[in-house]
Write a protein that binds this ligand. Structure first.
Ligand code: G3P
Ligand code: MG
Length: 252
């Protein structure tokens, strides 16, 4: 049994996690998005990590390059040398045409310099779970500042979280669910989850209460509407993931 931190031990203050950075105002998962999140007052940022063909941990949500870069095809099929040339900003606004896809290490250096907290979502491309977790966490362990609180590691992939638990047990884990699951307790036990990260629409006050009574912290994604954020926080949700931390934070 791992020695997990109690649910009160991770502080979400303010209780807003910038989802892929400030992704409503800047191109998601770019350094501009993370800088903007910081400027907008967020102290937590969330990102998605996966591997290039040649095993470089990079920050991108989709399995393919098509939506968020000027490239085409699968991330798992491109080498870092080619990926690093792509424009990751123009799809959002021409003002961001010089944006590049960050490496995981770019963000780690930034969060360390700015004393931000990181929620690293393991988002392996199909068939690459073990490699993604191992490479991302080994990279983290090499460059994470000794005194900084560890990142919160999350995933929809329970196997990824189990590997993470074995590799870096000191990093708390968040189990992501894209719908309410009656077997949430069994799933979270398998990966010794500290928190459950649920789609906001799948939550009710009773469900939040049940999860909290079992000792789990509850995080909700993705919420950009201030009134809804307030309601979820009142129910006992510890933090919300938002694309627009500026708007949400102003309303708290
Ligand atoms: O971690 C919350 C959220 O990022 C999970 O969904 O698809 O945006 O990575 P997704
Ligand atoms: Mg994510």
């Amino acid at each position: 049994m791992l020695d997990l931190p109690p649910t009160s031990s991770i502080v979400f203050d303010p209780p807003v996690i910038a989802h892929r950075g400030a992704s409503a105002r800047t191109p998601e998962n770019t350094m501009s998005a993370f800088r903007r999140a910081r400027e907008d007052g967020a102290l937590w940022v969330e990102t998605d990590v996966k591997l290039t063909y040649d095993g470089v941990p990079i920050l991108m949500h989709d399995e393919t390059l098509d939506r968020t870069t000027n490239g085409k095809g699968f991330v798992a099929n491109i080498n870092w040398s080619n990926l690093s040339q792509l424009d990751a900003g123009s799809w959002f606004d021409v003002a961001y045409e010089n944006e590049r896809v960050p490496m995981l290490s770019d963000l780690v250096r930034f969060v360390a310099a700015e004393s931000l907290r990181l929620n690293l979502e393991l988002k392996p491309c199909p068939g690459r779970t073990r490699a993604t977790v191992m490479v991302a966490l080994i990279e983290l362990s090499k460059i994470w500042p000794e005194k900084a609180p560890p990142p919160l590691i999350s995933s929809f992939d329970v196997e990824a979280l189990i590997i993470a638990a074995n590799l870096q047990p000191e990093c708390p884990r968040g189990l992501l669910l894209d719908e309410w699951r009656e077997d949430w307790a069994e799933l979270s036990k398998r990966c010794e989850a500290y928190s459950l990260h649920l789609k906001a629409d799948s939550l009710t006050r009773d469900r939040v209460t049940t999860l909290k009574e079992s000792g789990k912290a509850v995080l909700a994604y993705v919420v950009n509407e201030p009134a809804r954020v307030k309601e979820l926080l009142q129910w006992g949700v510890s933090a919300v993931f938002s694309d627009d931390p500026a708007t949400v934070l102003k309303s708290l």
